[in-house]
Write a protein that binds this ligand. Sequence first.
Ligand code: SF4
Ligand code: SF4
Length: 272
Amino acid sequence: MSKEEDEMATRRKALTDIVKGAGYLALGGLTWGGYVKEAKATEFALRPPGALPEKDFVKACIKCGLCVEHCPYDTLLLSEHGDKKVIGTPYFDARTIPCYMCVDIPCVPVCPTGALDVMSLTSIDEETQEEKLDINMSKMGVAVVDPDNCVAFWGIQCDVCYRACPLMDEAISLVYEKNERTGKHAFLKPEVHREICTGCGLCEKACITEEASIIVLPHEIVTGKVGAHYIKGWDKNDENRLRKEKELEKKGDEMKSTLDYLNNTDDLFNEE
Ligand code: SF4
Ligand code: SF4
């Protein structure tokens, strides 16, 4: 492991420990009171849509920059010396330029190595039964809310992040809560649904506070790593995984029967 990868792993571990210590992994709606500052101080990289898990991504990416070149919004950057990320790999800073969720996802199919995995963003169209790209399947990260600084938690009306979200009412909803102290006011608090959130960062970009009160963190840090053998029947990504595994299994079976045929010497020995 290079020094930079090593540093990144250490920082990531520190953040994971913070999260686990806080016991916040069990929460559905992500509000990270007191932990957002630590998270912001931790160096991490938000990767383009379809990126493999960080460790595999860093191994697979050949730093060609094609994904960066094909992004029409200049969202993606290649990390440079001093960025505290693996040099030459693509990332984005959601507060500066988020991912605008292009329907045709031009950054992904151009990746020559599969570091950006097209299949992870492919689903079957229910009507035509054909494969189609679906940017909503991307897991670039997941947004977390800082309740200490989000003005909606102070009782001030603000729904900017909610309105900025391309999956409004699915990835972010507003939760009504009565102000028990005054008895006559109410809160409308943003709540992130991490199974749906793509981590595009449009909410972080739009947030009105001086430092964003909703930020995107890498998915594996926020959710903890679930074993790859868990399949959720209702999740499109998992459906896709199952499909891919079945295809591989089929290819494996075909290969095996060809090898069995080629290796079968019975006929040779049985020939008179
Ligand atoms: S989906 Fe579009 S905006 Fe987002 S990183 Fe890819 S090319 Fe850029
Ligand atoms: S196109 Fe693929 S290999 Fe090239 S920089 Fe982007 S992620 Fe890395």
